[in-house]
Design a protein around this ligand. Structure first.
Ligand SMILES: NC(=O)c1ccc[n+]([C@@H]2O[C@H](COP(=O)([O-])OP(=O)(O)OC[C@H]3O[C@@H](n4cnc5c(N)ncnc54)[C@H](OP(=O)(O)O)[C@@H]3O)[C@@H](O)[C@H]2O)c1
Length: 353
């Protein structure tokens, strides 16, 4: 397929239909280790697609209870991590990246010859000098990484759609690593699959989430909102002009038809301003994106993630930071604006079973 002027190979459901995926994985027991965000989405999609799936999750945890609520049966399809790793022939290692480090000594002994170790992020293997995740040589080490939240992976699956995923083979010990990877990618509900390697996956992913997908966008929201408020605009006006119009009106159009189409279908005043100011924003943010990429490539971002996420009080500290964000005027205004939407859609974090 041509992506602009660049030719890329992609795998679609036409070339690799579900039946083929089932044939490739017919003798496999897929153990999904971790039931946080990606775990439930991938486990449920695989189960609904007819694959043999079990879940590994530490007990005495709310997450275990969530797995039970989703229909996984303790002792039949739901086990402690160790037991699931023992039973699985494909180990989908979907603990948090910090959890993957601490559970590695538990899982590693069960990675026996011919099994496959599957990731949805290249983090653990790429930064092995920091994570200690060095897989045995006689197993396949593979990756399928949905380009979206686990919640979307499940929602889009239930809507009959799919999320695009990257895939990679780090180690092919059995000769069937590639087929296993693509079959799993199709099984978890991917739209199309594009090939990468572990390093490129983690570099692009860390850059993207720190950049335009999450970090940069939140920073830009805050900056514009602050300026509008400091110049006397009401919260309602500032929020609508900063966030609401973007998420509700413009981005859905960009998703459907691209940025050029959205530009060509807005007012001439908006077009002129957007085309002029786009250059300025690019100019001032380009050095920040370069700095960000270097910070990812040097391993500094991995170090910071591991250091902070491994602290015992990480969740409490995170809750405090998120509370601050939630209670900021910008997002308080957002809550009110959302409550006033005519359709009052329910947006929750619950996994739809
Ligand atoms: N979030 C996404 O949508 C997304 C998208 C693409 C790729 N990925 C990748 O998918 C993988 C899973 O990500 P995620 O966001 O789903 O993870 P997550 O929600 O943070 O994972 C939480 C899971 O890890 C377990 N866990 C955490 N620390 C543990 C420890 N020390 N020992 C044992 N279990 C522990 C949790 O159990 P408890 O609840 O009992 O703590 C829970 O099952 C990661 O590699 C991530 O980069 C995620």
């Amino acid at each position: 397929m041509k992506f602009g002027a660049t030719e890329e190979e992609v795998v679609t459901r036409e070339e690799f239909p579900m039946e083929k995926a089932k044939e490739v994985l017919k003798d496999e027991t897929i153990a999904v280790i971790g039931y946080g965000v990606q775990g439930p989405a991938q486990a449920l999609n695989l189960r609904d697609n007819g694959f043999h799936v079990i879940v590994g999750q530490r007990k005495n945890s709310k997450t275990w209870d969530k797995a039970v609520q989703h229909g996984w049966k303790p002792g039949e399809t739901l086990f402690e991590i160790e037991e699931a790793a023992k039973r699985g022939t494909i180990i989908q290692y979907l603990l948090s990246d910090a959890g993957q480090i601490s559970s590695w000594p538990v899982v590693k002994p069960f990675l026996t010859a011919g099994k496959a170790l599957y990731f949805s992020h290249g983090f653990g293997v790429t930064f092995s000098d920091q994570t200690g995740i060095i897989p045995p040589k006689d197993i396949d080490v593979i990756l399928a990484a949905p380009k979206g939240s686990g919640t979307s992976v499940r929602r889009l699956f239930l809507q009959g759609k799919g999320i695009n995923s990257s895939f990679a083979v780090f180690q092919d010990a059995t000769g069937k690593a590639r087929a296993r990877t693509i079959a799993l990618g199709i099984g978890v509900g991917s739209g199309y699959l594009f090939e990468t390697d572990f390093k490129r996956e983690v570099y692009s992913d860390l850059t993207g989430e720190r950049g335009t997908l999450m970090g940069a966008i939140a920073g830009i929201f805050e900056a514009q909102y602050e300026v509008l408020r400091s110049k006397g605009h009401t919260p309602s006006e500032a929020f609508n002009e900063t966030v609401e119009e973007l998420t509700q009106s413009l981005m859905p159009l960009v998703a459907e038809n691209g940025m050029d189409w959205m530009y060509s279908n807005c007012s001439t005043t908006a077009q002129r301003g957007a085309l002029d100011w786009k250059k300025k924003f690019k100019e001032v943010t380009l050095p920040v994106f370069k700095e960000l990429y270097e910070s990812v490539a040097s391993g500094a971002e991995a170090k910071r993630t591991i250091d902070t996420c491994s602290k015992p009080d990480y969740r409490e500290r995170l809750a405090e930071e998120l509370k601050e964000l939630r209670e900021s005027e910008l997002w308080q205004a957002g809550a009110t604006v959302r409550s006033l939407r005519p359709e009052k859609e329910k947006v929750g974090d619950s996994m739809i079973v």
